[in-house]
Design a protein. Structure first.
Length: 227
């Protein structure tokens, strides 16, 4: 293997260890009129930003009296998300937000396995809320820290899984928020990575999370998923 590739792999392994130490934003208020549950991977955890500047943290600021639980885990693949529900404090939630798929892209999880696990996940989560939202990260091939030799493969792979997510979301009647095909979100990461990516060159920085938050807020309000 090329020395540059091996160096990238070692750096990524180091960043993943650091990322796993990050605790997600939570705002516990069981008697709140609005309850939101976050599940998924590092984008829901908010690796790369302080908790209040993450997607969950920004929702907490928007709805300061709400109950927000976040059981997302850095590095989670689709098959790992269902177990996160075991830590949920409530039986029912007004809204459940799931962000997953990026690690399945990077780790080349078989499409058939992702499909099976995603369907099982959605079927289970729908028993806990009438409003379930699914999303995947933006363009992985714009991530500076990933080996250039693999970016083309990741792009193809992400497109395949994103299409699968859209299909399953439609079949299961859940809302899918498409970040991959939103160039207003992706282009700033491509053109100004030093601003919108965190120090690890892998996860978004605080300014990067703002893009996703604004997209979520806009879509959720339009679809009347949020007051």
């Amino acid at each position: 293997m090329a020395p540059e590739f091996l160096k990238k792999v070692k750096e990524l392994q180091s960043y993943r260890l650091d990322a796993k130490r990050v605790l997600p934003f939570q705002q516990i208020n069981k008697n709140a009129k609005l309850s939101i549950l976050f599940l998924g991977d590092s984008l829901q955890v908010g690796v790369g930003a302080v908790p209040k500047k993450t997607i969950a943290g920004l929702f907490g600021k928007l709805y300061p009296a709400s109950h927000i639980e976040n059981h997302a885990v850095t590095g989670a693949r689709t098959k790992d998300v269902l177990s996160q529900l075991d830590r949920a404090l409530k039986e029912r939630y007004d809204l459940i937000l799931i962000s997953v798929g990026g690690n399945d892209v990077i780790r080349f999880t078989r499409k058939s396995h992702v499909e099976k696990e995603l369907k099982k996940l959605i079927d289970t989560v729908k028993k806990r809320s009438k409003k379930v939202v699914l999303s995947m990260c933006g363009r992985i091939d714009y991530v500076p820290q990933l080996p250039a030799s693999l970016k083309k493969h990741y792009k193809v792979r992400q497109n395949e899984l994103n299409e699968l997510f859209i299909k399953i979301a439609k079949e299961k009647s859940v809302l899918f928020i498409d970040l991959l095909n939103d160039e207003l979100i992706n282009i700033p990461f491509r053109d100004s990575p030093e601003i919108y990516f965190g120090k690890d060159g892998f996860h978004p920085a605080a300014k990067g999370y703002v893009f996703s938050f604004k997209k979520f807020k806009s879509v959720l309000k339009k679809e009347e998923y949020l007051p």
